[in-house]
Design a protein around this ligand. Structure first.
Ligand code: FES
Length: 366
């Protein structure tokens, strides 16, 4: 059998971690917002070239304040690097035949952009690449947008011929992910007294989506619910729970109940002990550190939810980084190109890019 040492002279097996990213400094906030509002895979606005600039300009001061309150920038690059480094070490041990493994990071709205990651992979002479979305549950607004961007970058840089690509496009119920999440919940529950725990409930909170995206047939709500179901089974359904949705923006209808509305409703019913679980991101970011901790946590306590607790993000948790390595190993072992869900477009999708991206990656079986 080959070993990691014997393979040392061959190009690394790339594991490309994709995510939206976040502004690392306050100076990056405007560009981040501009890129986000320009993304036509995420939202389609009239006169988007102009409107995206206007919205970014208008929202920058408020969003800068939020990032200032959490230390001056997003920690997502820091955590993604740590996760990637831990994962590649484990992978070299558990799958020596494809070692060495090297992680690359492709963020959608900030550096390192997809093009930066592709340049690094080209410089390393990569011939085999596994794209590994860092969103456990698939949405065309998140993973779909990153994959469309990747398809454009790969085509532009001529990396469609020399690299064999495959995609881990979702992993909402992977046992390692479920275990890592359940352990974090158990650790937070252990902070209550037995009496408090008796009356505690779990509030899972995931980023919401516009109803126009949900009604297009996006699988995200069902996959988040599947994660919740598996976590609750792992916890022997010991606690009552609800799934809520956070971070709505703009006047259009979004998937609910909104987390903040659920907090208000539960407080009005006398609920004292609530454990909120960020269930759709794997590292800390503005929605955990500012929205859940600063905004919602403050309001919850003011409304009488004295036992408000937020479950820690997975970050560099060892159970989780082991799960990341296991997910990649299982994907390589199965010689899978994508999940069987990914080729199926949303029933109401009208995007040509979604179709081209699927054709490209599902044909990439050399
Ligand atoms: Fe879902 Fe295009 S929007 S496949």
């Amino acid at each position: 059998m080959s070993t990691a040492n014997q393979n040392v002279n061959r190009p690394p097996t790339a594991v490309l971690l994709t995510n939206m990213g976040g502004p690392a400094t306050l100076d990056d906030v405007h560009n981040f917002l501009h890129n986000l509002f320009s993304d036509r895979d995420l939202m389609q606005l009239p006169f988007q070239n102009y409107l995206s600039k206007f919205i970014a300009y208008r929202r920058t001061p408020k969003i800068k304040e939020q990032y200032a309150a959490i230390g001056g920038g997003s920690p997502i690059l820091h955590w993604t690097r740590k996760q990637g480094q831990a994962m590649e070490k484990i992978l070299d041990k558990i799958r020596p035949e494809t070692a060495p493994h090297k992680h690359y990071i492709a963020f959608r709205y900030v550096e390192p952009y997809t093009s930066t990651a592709l340049e690094q992979m080209k410089a390393d002479g990569v011939e085999r690449a596994v794209v590994f979305t860092q969103y456990p549950q698939y949405s065309c607004s998140t993973t779909g947008s990153s994959l469309n961007e990747l398809y454009r970058g790969v085509s532009e840089m001529g990396m469609d011929k020399n690299v064999r690509w495959s995609i881990i496009d979702r992993w909402p119920t992977h046992p390692g992910f479920i275990e890592a999440t359940a352990k974090k919940i158990e650790a937070k529950m252990a902070e209550y007294t037995p009496e408090e725990r008796e009356t505690a409930l779990i509030m899972f909170s995931a980023h919401s989506l516009p109803m126009s995206v949900v009604n297009r047939g996006d699988p995200y709500p069902a996959e988040v619910a599947a994660t919740v179901d598996h976590v609750m089974k792992r916890l022997d359904n010991k606690y009552p729970h609800r799934l809520c949705w956070q971070s709505q923006v703009g006047p259009m209808p979004w998937l609910g109940p909104q987390t903040v509305d659920a907090i208000r409703g539960l407080a009005a019913k006398g609920q004292k002990n609530v454990v909120v679980v960020p269930i759709a991101f794997t590292s800390d970011h503005i929605e955990t550190l500012f929205e859940l901790d600063h905004e919602y946590g403050k309001e919850a306590k003011e409304l009488g939810i004295s036992g408000w607790k937020r479950v820690d993000a997975l970050n560099d948790d060892e159970t989780f980084t082991q799960a990341m390595a296991d997910i990649v190993k299982e994907h390589l072992d199965k010689n899978e190109v994508t999940s069987n869900q990914w080729p199926l477009r949303c029933p109401d999708c009208e995007s040509d890019v979604c179709e081209e991206t699927r054709e490209f990656f599902t044909d990439n079986k050399s």
